[in-house]
Design a protein around this ligand. Structure first.
Ligand code: NAI
Ligand code: ENO
Length: 346
């Protein structure tokens, strides 16, 4: 993705379908079929390809003849490798600042783009020896409309922290799915018993495998260290179980619960970029149709709907996710006015 100064966004992608889709859906103003042409027209460039590809593109830019100075950034989930590349650039006209918006989903492709995707999300910026404080401020101004919250981190601390809260959980989610798959060979009814908990913890296992292999590869040292720590932790847990250490187990679960409960609120800096509203419902089909229609008549669009723990004839709940707090609050008012019981997690 490439932007030029007069608020014009030029899009470039190796896949022409992506550029075409982006233009038809007004995600970009202009398109380019050649990376070099797009770069040469631009004041700011944001590389949003898989990490290894963004590194290649940055190296390509180093050899380009540019008529003006440009600020280049990226969105790669791992920072060290691209920052190392940036620190070695020789083209004096390029100022590089690493970027990583902590928002997204398990979906891939341009179709997953959303105008409010980055709103309230943390956006990590990683300055390099190829950027000044003024360049960082200028980039922030360009990114201001995303309404994300900027934080400056160096590559090492970024990769350590995202390793813990983003990359490593992915590996665990996939391994849990593998475990279930193996057990399902001998227990064919198993998938029917997979309740909300299993779905919650494994959602990210449905992400794009090529992208995640690339993330694991670029953060392989941290991943390996985390895996080692995890194995030790699992061995400790196994001991607690085998020796029926009740108190210790309750203590372990309590500590995790307390810490996790403190992470829920969006403004405490945790990752959620959605605003959830829970609605009590009696039956699935009728309630789903009523709730969605009611909100649609008020021009409210729902980002995601999940049916929680519902069985025929028994009260259940819908989890509606919205992209802004304002829409979440107005949906609550509308639904309450129509007799629905609602809840927003504090
Ligand atoms: N998926 C997510 O939730 C998040 C992803 N990221 C980072 O964003 C980057 C892109 O990830 P996604 O958007 O999920 O992947 P994606 O697969 O949806 O999009 C990547 C795009 O890059 C294009 N591409 C690949 N090689 C290219 C090249 N050499 N030149 C031009 N275009 C090329 C592909 O055709 C595709 O349209 C990655 O670096 C990832 O680490 C960062 C935050 C969140
Ligand atoms: O699917 C999810 O919930 C995510 O965690 C999205 C995500 C994927 C990659 C990132 O580098 C940052 C955020």
């Amino acid at each position: 993705l490439v932007t030029v100064k007069e608020n014009t966004v030029i899009g470039y992608d190796v896949n022409p379908y992506t550029v075409d889709f982006a233009q038809k859906n007004e995600i970009i103003h202009e398109s380019s079929s050649e990376f070099k042409t797009a770069v040469q027209k631009s004041d700011y460039v944001i590389l949003a390809a898989p990490i290894s590809e963004s590194i290649t593109l940055l190296n390509e830019m180093d050899n380009m003849a540019l008529e003006k100075d440009i600020i280049v950034s990226d969105v790669s989930s791992v920072k060290q490798s691209i920052i190392t590349t940036a620190n070695r650039l020789t083209n004096k006209q390029i100022a590089f600042i690493g970027g990583h918006p902590m928002a997204g989903s398990h979906k891939k492709g341009v179709e997953a783009a959303k105008p409010h995707l980055f709103e309230n999300a943390m956006y990590v910026l990683t300055p390099t020896n190829r950027s000044s404080d003024q360049d960082v401020e200028e980039l922030k101004q360009v990114l201001l409309p995303t309404r994300s919250k900027f934080i400056t981190l160096n590559a090492e601390e970024h990769d350590e922290m995202t390793g813990v809260v983003s990359h490593f959980p992915h590996l665990i989610a996939s391994s849990l799915v593998h475990q279930a798959k193996n057990w399902a060979r001998t227990h064919t009814y198993l998938p029917n018993l997979a309740a909300g908990g299993f779905r919650d913890i494994t959602r990210i296992a449905s992400s794009n495998p090529i992208l995640w292999q690339d993330i694991f590869y670029h953060n392989r040292q941290k991943m390996s260290q985390l895996l080692e720590e995890w194995i030790t932790e699992m061995q400790t847990l196994k001991k607690l179980l085998d020796q029926n250490e009740k108190k210790e187990m309750i203590h372990y679960l309590e500590l995790a619960k307390n810490y996790r409960d403190g992470l829920v609120s969006a403004d405490k800096g945790a990752i959620p970029s959605y605003y959830d509203l829970y609605v009590d419902i009696r039956d699935q089909t009728g309630a789903l149709a009523n709730v969605t229609q009611l909100l649609a008549t008020h021009d409210i669009s729902i980002n995601n709907i999940q049916i929680l723990e519902i069985r025929e004839g028994i009260m259940g709940a819908l989890r509606l996710s919205f992209s802004t707090e304002q829409v979440q609050k107005s949906s609550e008012v509308i639904l309450q006015q129509h007799g629905y019981e609602t809840m927003i997690e504090k």
